[in-house]
Design a protein around this ligand. Structure first.
Ligand SMILES: [Zn+2]
Length: 409
């Protein structure tokens, strides 16, 4: 066997994060070239890694926490979260098993919604943790992917064939095992498959004319709890427009701006089983490989890939102040407090702070602002400027300093 090349750990700038062994095994097969373990990995790092090249990028594949990864690989600029997720079918999104969902920033979302972090107010759930959107160079590569899909030049089916040629047990299950039951019909019987479930309760869907995965770009609802309920699934669909549910993304995205790519392995309901997991993992890995073909290489001396059109400027990450603005703007739209750039009332509402005029002196005191009469425009402006200066972004969330905690609404 030929000796594998060795690189330094800092040469790896793309990380691919997986959770279950099937995801790791599927992604390992999409490397163009493998490397041996690089020098310079923290010896205490307990994680499982693979190393190699895809489309001229040095890519580390890991089954790891982001914190461990970043300790051993300081050069990581892009992270792809590649694996399986639960589909959320809706009128807008006819997602089927084996399809691919890509967490894509939209009007109100970074592409990932952290659905179980925040606080319950009397009339709504307020999100306090906003994962950051994927890096701009990755977003540009996603745009390229959409073009490839439109002009039918995508190579995803070929990549999938090549992987399942090497891993036959990862082949696509029969369409007859893609069961989407009506939301009010619970799984029957002891077994994990749906042999005993009433097929008259299946949702009727039109047949597709080919077996290639369809790609859906939209919101992925991410949380710490396994969703195994059609009612919960459909509430996430209605609340966030989600087309996929996963358990890992939001936690990792807080640490590392990432793109989340999910192969659909179930419908997050009581019928959920692992029959489609391996194929779904291959579908996600195939998308990741093609995406990397659309991402300009950062290696010194290398030319950007033939499909990449982004110039160097798209590679830079967003400055923190921009991220704070984005986070504020996103929450402003969610709670319809659009005037936060001019109004202390709207800014306070966004941050979950007391916003009534009666609390203004307490806020002025906490911010050490002594300008204008209480409730005046002068005071409003001074408070707003002072409050903005106190805010910072940490792990993709707005952090409000401790001395303002007493002003929480
Ligand atoms: Zn069932």
């Amino acid at each position: 066997m030929a000796r594998l090349e060795t690189r330094k750990s800092e040469d790896y700038y793309v990380a691919c994060l997986t959770v279950i062994p099937e995801e790791f095994a599927a992604f390992r097969e999409v490397y163009d070239k493998r490397h041996s373990r690089p020098l310079g990995i923290d010896p205490r790092d307990p994680n499982q890694y693979e190393f190699g090249e895809i489309a001229g990028h040095n890519v580390v594949l890991c089954s790891a926490t982001a914190a461990d990864l970043l300790r051993s690989f300081e050069g990581i600029k892009y992270a792809l979260l590649v694996g399986i997720g639960g589909g959320v079918p809706s009128r807008a999104c006819d997602v089927r098993l084996g399809d691919i969902v890509v967490g894509t920033p939209g009007y109100l979302s970074s592409g990932i919604t952290h659905h179980d972090q925040g606080k319950q107010l009397s009339d709504r759930f307020m999100h306090l943790n906003f994962p950051v959107p994927p890096p701009r160079a990755i977003q540009a590569a996603v745009s390229q992917m959409r073009v490839r899909e439109l002009d039918k030049s995508s190579k995803i089916p070929n990549i999938i064939s090549s992987v399942v040629g090497k891993l036959p047990s990862f082949n696509r299950p029969d369409n007859r095992s893609d069961h989407l039951f009506q939301a009010d019909y619970e799984h029957a019987g002891e077994g994990s498959d749906c042999d005993e479930c009433d097929k008259k309760r299946l949702v009727q869907r039109s047949a597709r004319d080919n077996l290639a995965p369809q790609i859906h770009y939209g919101v992925i609802a991410s949380g710490g709890l396994l969703v195994r309920s059609a009612a919960k699934r459909d509430s996430l669909r209605d609340l966030y427009n989600a087309c996929c549910i996963d358990m890992e993304a939001a936690g990792i995205m807080g640490t590392l701006p990432s793109l989340v790519i999910r192969g659909i392995s179930d419908y997050a309901d009581s019928h959920k089983n692992d029959h489609w997991q391996k194929y779904a993992a291959v579908a996600a890995a195939a998308f990741a490989k093609e995406l990397l073909q659309c991402l300009p290489s950062l290696l010194a001396g290398s030319t950007s890939c033939s499909d990449g059109t982004s110039d160097e400027s798209t590679v830079t990450t967003q400055p923190i102040s921009h991220t704070l603005e984005n986070l504020l703007e996103r929450e402003a739209r969610t709670i319809k407090a659009y005037n936060w750039r001019e109004s202390i009332v709207d800014l306070s509402k966004i941050l979950g702070l007391k916003w009534d005029v009666g609390s203004r002196p307490q806020l002025a005191n906490a911010l050490q602002v002594n300008k204008g009469p209480n409730g005046s425009a002068t005071q409003n402006n001074a408070l707003r400027r002072a409050l903005m200066k106190e805010l910072r972004v940490e792990n993709g969330s707005i952090v409000i300093p401790g001395h303002l905690q007493a002003l929480r609404n």
